[in-house]
Write a protein that binds this ligand. Structure first.
Ligand SMILES: [Mg+2]
Length: 410
């Protein structure tokens, strides 16, 4: 099966985030500049309005102000942009488990197994994701789609960004027609110097490199020559790894309940379901965690009640029962009986469990075999196929979860 990978890029990211946080700037040409106090500071980002005046990133503020006298200059606020970037990644995690930030305003998303709600149509998924990011964060995104990361990246940089739809697909079916006529410096990984060398060899387009015999390229540049040649064919085995991002953030699930839950009997049903979902995602990502947090809040705005506490275990786990037990203990200590409207469980301090030491008499072995079986069945027949008996009670949210993408309605 062909993979489906998205590269989601935020347009004029810093400048547009400033516009979101300062609505009065909405219709003004805005740039974010390294140091607005000195006129030879460099433009880090320019909003589309400023670009209409010919303002470009990396030129000096002085040059930009000469082109556009009404330019509004904002100081960079990196923490704000980092937070916005993390929020965008969280939005993307509603659609897929494998979300990998590539830079502050570009994120890879593995969509291969996440297209069911879109009837297998990546284009539809992309349009939906764009709309979601726009609605939730007010930032305009462009999406490149491809069967590999390099094709997704080039689809975004050289096609989606130029198209009015903001979505473009490169695949083995259209690269000879779309990508190959492009100038060689459009090939991902070709810098200025390499461009010069290739041009000296008579290679001016990506297609000319693709049709060039591999051996002389390998002889001259070794592995790098082969890499560029493979890139020109769109070949790239690298996976989308959720690892770095998830490890930092933890794996969590939150749920807003359809009504207030008053009794522990009801709450524990949902808590159990959330714990199992967290455990399942941890196993799917091949990790275990040592710290478990639980949270609950009421909807009453007059008397806002909530808690968010965590507990550290003495061993790593991705067992839903262990996670549930810890979360239940936190509830017993910190929930004082107010009506609960939203609940969350998160597993933190994640480590890769591939290298986990297995003790000779591993007490969890049996449970691990059970998890493997449950995960296999759910992979085949869909999430929610196997439920705890408690999930057949009225308090259960499991039947709803099965209709959602990562905890959010489709
Ligand atoms: Mg960008």
């Amino acid at each position: 099966m062909d993979r489906v990978i998205f590269l989601v890029d935020m347009q004029s990211f810093y400048a547009n985030v400033e516009k979101v946080f300062q609505p009065e700037l909405e219709n003004k040409p805005v740039v974010v500049a390294g140091n607005p106090d000195i006129r030879n500071g460099v433009i880090l980002a320019a909003c589309p309005l400023a670009k209409q005046w010919g303002v470009k990133t990396t030129e000096t503020l002085w040059e930009a102000e000469n082109k556009c006298p009404y330019l509004v200059v904002a100081k960079p606020r990196m923490q704000v942009y980092i937070n916005a970037s993390v929020e965008i990644a969280a939005v993307l995690e509603m659609f897929s488990d494998a979300v990998e930030p590539y830079s502050i305003d570009e994120i890879f998303v593995e969509m291969t197994h996440s297209l069911k709600p879109f009837h297998g149509d990546p284009q539809k998924a992309a349009v939906r994701i764009k709309r979601h990011i726009q609605r939730m964060l007010g930032v305009h995104a462009r999406i490149g789609i491809g069967p590999t990361k390099v094709l997704a990246k080039m689809a975004c940089d050289h096609f989606a960004k130029q198209s009015s739809a903001g979505v473009f697909t490169l695949s083995q079916d259209n690269i000879s027609e779309q990508l190959w006529p492009r100038s060689i410096d459009h090939l991902f990984g070709v810098g200025r110097q390499m461009e010069r060398h290739l041009r000296n060899m008579g290679i001016r387009t990506i297609g000319q490199l693709a049709r060039f015999p591999l051996e002389p390229l390998k002889k001259r540049w070794g592995i790098n020559g082969e890499l560029l040649w493979r890139t020109s064919h769109g070949w790239d085995p690298s996976p989308v790894t959720a690892d770095t991002h998830i490890r930092r953030k933890g794996i969590g699930h939150h749920m807003t309940l359809p009504r207030d839950y008053y009794s522990w009997k009801e709450i524990r049903v949902v808590l159990r379901e959330l714990s199992e979902e967290v455990a399942r995602r941890a196993r799917k990502n091949g990790c275990t965690g040592k710290v478990i947090s639980a949270e609950a809040s009421s909807r009453n705005v007059q008397v806002p009640a909530k808690f968010h506490r965590q507990v550290s275990l003495d061993h790593d786990t991705n067992d839903g029962k262990v996670i549930y037990d810890a979360a239940a203990r936190l509830f017993h200590h910190h929930w004082d009986g107010y009506p609960v409207r939203s609940i969350g469980v998160t597993l933190h301090q994640l480590t890769n469990d591939t290298f986990r030491q297995l003790s000779l008499f591993h007490p969890l072995q049996e449970r691990e075999a059970l998890h493997q079986t449950i995960d296999d069945i759910e992979d085949r027949f869909g999430s929610g196929t196997i439920l705890y008996a408690s999930s057949l009670t009225a308090a259960s949210q499991a039947h709803l979860r099965a209709q959602k993408i990562g905890g959010h309605y489709k």
